[in-house]
Design a protein around this ligand. Sequence first.
Ligand code: BG6
Ligand code: MG
Length: 214
Amino acid sequence: MIKAAIFDLDGVIIDTAHYHYIAWKRLASEFAITLTPTHNELLKGVSRMRSLDIILSFGNIDLPLAHKEQLAEKKNKWFVEYIESIRPEEIFPGVIDLIRNLRKQKIKIGLASSSKNAPRVIELLGIAKDFDTLVDGTMITQSKPDPEIFLLAAHKLGIAPHECVVFEDAEAGVEAAVAAGMKCVGVGSVEQLGKANRVVARTGDFKASDLESL
Ligand code: BG6
Ligand code: MG
């Protein structure tokens, strides 16, 4: 029986995944690397530094750590600029209803985002009160596909992993949920997220009443 729902943020609650993409694309272009949406799928859900390593590997570029830290910081500055204008109206349709309907069914709600900017995004969206716990990129040592982030969220909610369902748009995130022993609803395409128990095109397509059939 499902007792908790754990939501990823970027690409599941709001389209901040797009801002990560355009910021990385801007950085990649400085190295004459053309980042495509296909490349971008590999960056979703993984940490900032891991994303940079993946991008540099596309150009067979090897840099010292100090230089990489500067580049990651630069990308983050752009990302932070882009997200400052986000508004609650940009939350994907049906997401708040889904969360509130789950809560009515006594399901605990967690957020598990690899992003260190998650607290700021949640603040801008004004939805902190909709979550029983928030876990972000500053609280973990291993990024998705490692299950650490979801296990920590479940622990903070006081719910066993097999009683949790994760909502994820990233392949690495679906893998992390499966590795954590949790159910998973993939948000995106079946080709990309086929390891999930169910795949929906948009988060709001999943209804609280669908939990029973997972
Ligand atoms: C994840 C995104 O939520 O957070 C990744 O899917 C991103 O694309 C990662 O790289 C880390 O984000 P940040 O904000 O800490 O750089
Ligand atoms: Mg995501």
